[in-house]
Design a protein around this ligand. Sequence first.
Ligand SMILES: [Zn+2]
Length: 1008
Amino acid sequence: MNKRLLRSLLSLMVCMAMLLSLAPAALAESANAPSTEMAVGAVIHGFEVVENGEFALLNAKTTVLRHQKTGATVFFLINEDTNRAFDISFVTPLSDDKGIPHVFEHSTLDGSKKYPSASLFFNLIYQTYNTYMNAATYQVMTTYPVASLSEAQLLKYADFYLDSCFNPMIYEDESLFRSEAWRYSLESADSPLTISGTVYSEMQGAASLETSASYNAMKAAFPGSHMGYNQGGEPTEIPSMTWQEVKDYHTAYYHPSNSLTTVYGAIDDPAAFLALLDEAFSPYEAKTFDFSTPDYTPVTSPVEKVCQYPVYEGTETENAAVTYITFICENATEEEQNVLDLLTMLLSDSSSALVSNLVDALPNADISVYLETDGPEPAVVFVATGMNEGDVQTLRECIYASVLEFAENGVSQNILDAIASSLTMETALMSEESDLGVNMAQNIAYCWATTGDVHAYEKSIANMDNFEKYQTEGKYAEVAKKYLTEDNQRVITVTTVPAPGQQEAIEADLAAKLAETKAAMSAEEIDQLVADTAALASGSMEDTSELVAQLQAVTVDNLPEEIRTYDYTDVTDASGIRRIDVTADVDGIGQTYILLDAAAIPQEDIHWLNLYLNLIGSLDTTEHSSADVYALQSRYLYDGAVKLAVLNTDDAQGFRPYIRASWKATDADMAASYALLNELLFESEFTDTALIASNIALFRQTMKQSYEQEIYMTQLYRAVSQSDVGFNFYTYATGVDYYHFLSDAQALLESDPEAFAAKMKHIQALLHNGANAVIGFAGNAASIENNRAAADSFLASLPMAEVAPQTYDLPVPASAEGIVINSTVNFNLVYATFEQMGVEGGFSGAMDAMCSLVSDGLLYPLLRDQYGAYGVFHGADEDGMYIISYRDPNVAQTFTVYNYVPMLLQQLQMSLDQETLDGYILSSYSYYALSSGELTGALSVITDVVNGDDPFRRLQWMHELKQLKVEDIMAFAPMYQALLDNGCMSTAGSQSALNTMPAGTYENIIKP
Ligand SMILES: [Zn+2]
């Protein structure tokens, strides 16, 4: 289920995502020349063609145009990708922590002169033919990307986005500001005054020690500049923002002269986009923008600082601090910055001396390094997590020593080979990336926003070719000695530590302030606020059907029912080895997928098995050091993973555990890649206690962060586990129980390292068996043959011993569960299987459109617009159906909304026409119609075949989806009723949030 689930989760508004550091990899086929000739010097709809070129990585012909009146830049990247994208971005500097650009980003999509509706944006996501619709605020820019499989549809979105950006309704309508930013709410005259708002909730959920540490560090490194402000808004600062500030911000920065527009993909008619852009830009006069930072006061001597981050009483504080050490690289030239960019990548690499020295010095810490170029001066930033306040000096010494070591020895040929090979694979596999146009447009825009150069991103990619050259020329040593030694006085060290109890103090303080505000209100003001709050809560649903129809370029009737199908063979030989080969249209490269039987693992060893799989690849083997092991993996196991897998079976137990290994490799490397897998799996050593301890600390840290930021995934896994025994095995092996087990494992490692190693060796011996193996492969005919030989020799090296499957009696999560996390917002889930919902025949494609309808028509208007939750996930897959509120200020209210869904669905159906329903079908359909990349599609055929699913059942879902009629809708009401009556529920939030529910609501409360 994971894939579909993730798809629907990821399609949620993910504002504020960090920029991809390195773009994904190249389109397989060469692009056609654009059909409209855009010769340099030509003028098309007020735009002059400035230059033509190529972006080889994307197999794209590029054209840069300048708007004659305003100077606005437009960048076309035309290739054969049918997942076309449009993006407009603005440089949006920061001067405080209120989150003004972020509120503006939300408000932009709250209606415009041509499209005056606050709910239209979400309606379009759910009701039109898009593969991506969103907006995001970054440290230096705000960006508005959208993608569609239809060029005509993309053109309509471009019109919608442009009018939204330049003529937003927020100028006239203060309520938009109140709903997005913040407002007072009052349920009744007696209830306490509270603050709500979409961005306010979103940023409470986004807050974490890690992000706060980065802002603290940048504020200290670049005092007085725009650096270090939270572009999303600090929850404590958001309520000081005014409507006027937001309007002024728009007037200042949303100007064509301060914009970059990117159009990407198989575009037949670029002129149509230029005509639209000209219409949007022409009302403006050219304007010059100055983004220098006059108030910047450069640091001239070393700075050391400790900042506190508020958490709840009882939060674990050991190894929970984050330290930033920033080296200002004064007057670094462009070339030096290019060298520093690659140097920091080498230092961050798991095989670097810095990483291994840190393991010895501070086993609980983890380090990364990057070049920061967003600020007034370039700087190299070292970030260490898993720290304590007292570790800072050790960290600094370790950095100085390691940089010196690096300067003297340089980087090994092994690592240079590994990097070269990774880059080649990335380029060859570029077309496998999802949302390529959208990601590229944002990368290009980000680099443009910091440099003013539309080619800055291409240049940073081109710089990747210099890894070896800089080494040969001694450049790494040169810049390391110049900027990263104790001679550099401009070093800023900032440690952010958790401060337990401070969160309670902040909340008490806010409550007191709100009580004071309320006390100062007159009786009339209180009555008015109660009435306003109630009015918002009963809110009227806007009818946007005409606007949606106006913006639809594709109809259900003309959707093609076709998907990429693959030829495959599935043969099990007399010895029990199963081979699945999928023929894919690629050249000289292949995707492997191997399962080794793990059914012999006894119950008490399940967590040890998972720990074993997590550790291998980070440790020494009998043949190589851990640093070499890292480099070899980059070299031979591209996109590689060795993980636990569980397949459902027809026997009494219902499932069987396996070890799954998958990676991509060229034909030439295939034999070597199997040999490396063999070495990792069966020749890893468990004697380096410091290295193992450091890895376990990192696993715990990563899991803890995911509990704070993505707890909904844990909730969903635990929900599905109640009805699916195989899933429950997986959740038990890898989830919260495993997280707790890691402390025990760490304790054993410390007290008795030999016993720990013996345990690992025992797991290794259990797994060392080729019986019942499944060998899956995707590639062309020659690659399949090549893989067969490599796989056969891998299997021949393994013993073939009969496997005695164990039986398991594992704990199952409670059907009503509370999960205590360190968060000021909540996540509320309901989930049921189709069996529990009484749906015979299980999942059908029509349910995708149903979920879109319910999300868009009921859940978003109620939970987000009225009750201030940031978002909601609602979806169905082959196992069941879920609703999860996301960054939600409420608990009880949200479950009340869920309970109204069946009744509200009845009302919704009465006003629904087929045209509107077709919109929901279109948006769901675009997911199925989107091609996934040749190897990615082939890999999903393998996983479907091993899971016993029809790999081409998607076609059936597409058909079912297109057949959905308005009169069918009410048949789903009992399903929703049963979801609520028979399914399970959970809440993740702070203990005090869980306490707001009646006693006994949760059968069990856990604390990860
Ligand atoms: Zn947002």
